[in-house]
Ligand binder design. Structure first.
Ligand SMILES: Nc1ncnc2c1ncn2[C@@H]1O[C@H](COP(=O)(O)OP(=O)(O)OP(=O)(O)O)[C@@H](O)[C@H]1O
Length: 212
């Protein structure tokens, strides 16, 4: 799905080779500041490498239109993005970005229940707590039916039980649909329980790229 070759970004990333296969869930694991978020952002052109190449389905990402790429390779960033407006608007806006049709309210209500979010579709999203906003952003991304999910610490604001529920839901949806996910996490337990492969930043960074 992705191939990385001789990738360099400032003095943060220096990865000579990395392969990401489709239909798998990967966790990017490493100490704070080791470049996990930076690397993740290069998979959908939010950051451009200084040297080297990433291919997606055999094509160089540099040659792909970033907006089209981001419809297939969606990112859920570390801080959840909340748009002005209702919970409904916040869920549907991802579909609109992907050029897909809106779904019925019932689909959204079912999704909110799966996300353990007991909020009304007409509530204003900016009134939600940090953890609720994180789940709302999760829901928006899940609705988008992407090929690849780039998740940057997607459960950092959640308590342990909610984290388990959300990770169960997310990984089941990804596996059922035969999609790919690359997930940054600080939690060894999450990485071991939910991923097919753990990518250790220490292992993939060459000496010059490893900040120590
Ligand atoms: N665009 C940039 N230009 C220069 N330095 C950057 C840039 N983006 C990130 N950095 C620096 O690169 C280092 C790695 O940051 P990054 O956020 O990728 O680490 P991380 O492993 O995701 O950390 P954490 O686990 O704390 O979120 C940090 O020291 C950060 O300040």
């Amino acid at each position: 799905m992705f191939s990385i070759n001789q990738l360099v970004f400032k003095d943060i990333i220096n990865v000579s080779k990395l392969e990401i296969e489709s239909d798998k869930i990967y966790c990017l694991f490493g100490e704070s500041g080791s470049g996990k978020s930076t690397l993740l952002k290069m998979f959908n052109s939010m950051l451009t490498p200084d040297q080297g190449k990433i291919t997606y389905k055999g094509e160089s990402i540099a040659d792909l239109d970033p907006v089209s790429l981001r419809k297939e390779v969606v990112m859920l960033g570390q801080d959840p993005v909340v748009f002005e407006g209702t919970v409904r608007h916040n869920l549907l806006i991802g579909l609109q970005f992907s050029g897909e049709k809106d779904v019925e309210d019932q689909v959204l209500i079912d999704l909110l229940r799966e996300l353990h979010l007991t909020k009304d579709l007409d509530e204003e999203a900016d009134k939600l707590s940090g953890g609720e906003q994180q789940r709302l952003a999760f829901g928006r991304v899940l609705l988008m039916n992407a090929e690849v999910y780039l998740m940057d610490e997607p459960t950092s604001a959640l308590d342990e039980n909610t984290e388990i529920a959300i990770m169960d839901l997310f990984t089941k949806k990804v596996r059922d649909a035969g999609k790919t996910a690359i997930m940054v996490t600080h939690s060894k337990e999450v990485a071991e329980k939910y991923s097919d492969e753990i990518i250790y930043m220490n292992d993939i960074l060459t000496e010059e790229g490893a900040l120590s």
